[in-house]
Design a protein around this ligand. Structure first.
Ligand code: CA
Length: 298
């Protein structure tokens, strides 16, 4: 069974919460082995709220935090309520490992290949590649990724040619640098799910109000459901095959321009990257996700 690590800007939007539940339920259903989370956006309650949400959803895994990523300072509208009402194993944010260290620990310990679902900024992935050998592993970051990672699934970029500036690639200098280095240096195949795919697909709005996932949507003022950039990327990774997940994939070389993060794609049948195009109406994807969201435990 494939190991999955989630890399999220938890707090930046509420579709990350939908994606986290999707992965938790897929783990509990025996489809994946959900082994850890990395947070790439450091807010006041990020570690404790993500951990509490996962524990409530039946998942107890380590969380790593990019403590430098203080580009925003609010609680994302839903983190404080989670910390106030749900239990976390972390007493304080600083109890979490640094993000690159957490990646190195998770990858070094993995007995089988790992796939990464990246639904936020990508500076930690880029920093991981540049990390040296240490007491955790004799391998450098790029060697560790080559040995242990099979695939990177990234919610990033926009690939329909309308606008090359997509939030996860351009939000701030850290995001721009991460996107540029990740596209240029990541050594495994990458599948991108672009902004245009998830925007019109809305999920999570049919859950009961007592579910903390629905509460997060309400706190984020998306009571009726949120655009599904992140859960669509997570479900694509869970299923693993774009065609089986309802997409056509275009192969080639993706890039994010240094200094701007503007994305571009050159088609090439032998390229290491691909982006996906929907094969079904939006309602089809909404149903695929919504049926997988109800809380399994409690
Ligand atoms: Ca996100």
């Amino acid at each position: 069974m494939k190991n999955i690590i989630l890399d999220t800007d938890w707090g930046g939007d509420c579709d990350d919460v939908v994606a986290a539940r999707l992965l938790a339920n897929s783990h509990l259903n025996g489809e994946i082995n959900f082994i850890g989370c990395i947070i790439d956006d450091c807010r006041p309650y990020s570690v404790r709220s993500l951990d509490a949400f996962l524990l409530l959803s039946g998942i107890d895994i380590p969380i790593g935090m990019d403590f430098n990523a203080k580009d925003f300072n609010d609680d994302g509208a839903y983190q404080k309520r989670m910390v106030d009402n749900l239990k976390s194993k972390y007493a304080q944010e600083s109890d979490a490992d640094d993000a690159v260290k957490a990646y190195r620990k998770l990858l070094a310990a993995a007995k089988e290949k790992v796939e990464i679902v990246a639904i936020g900024f990508t500076q930690v992935l880029a920093d991981l590649l540049e990390s040296p050998a240490d007491e955790i592993s004799p391998l450098s970051g790029v060697e560790l990724v080559k040995e242990k990672v099979a695939h990177l699934w990234d919610m990033g970029g926009r690939w329909d040619g309308v606008n090359p500036r997509e939030y996860n690639f351009v939000a701030h200098a850290r995001a721009i640098s991460g996107a540029h280095r990740m596209c240029a240096n990541w050594p495994t195949p990458i599948t991108f799910l672009g902004w245009e795919i998830g925007d019109p697909v809305h999920t999570g709005g049919s859950l009961p109000e007592e579910d903390p996932l629905r509460k997060a949507l309400i706190d984020y003022k998306c009571e009726g459901g949120r655009s599904s950039w992140d859960p669509m990327t997570a479900l694509l990774a869970i299923i693993g095959d774009p065609e089986a997940a309802g997409y056509r994939a275009i192969r080639g070389y993706a890039s994010a321009e240094e200094g701007t993060g503007c994305c571009a794609f050159v088609e090439d049948a032998n390229g290491p990257h691909r982006y996906v195009i929907k094969l079904h109406p939006d309602a089809w994807y909404e149903e695929q996700i919504n049926t997988r969201l109800p809380l399994i435990v409690h």
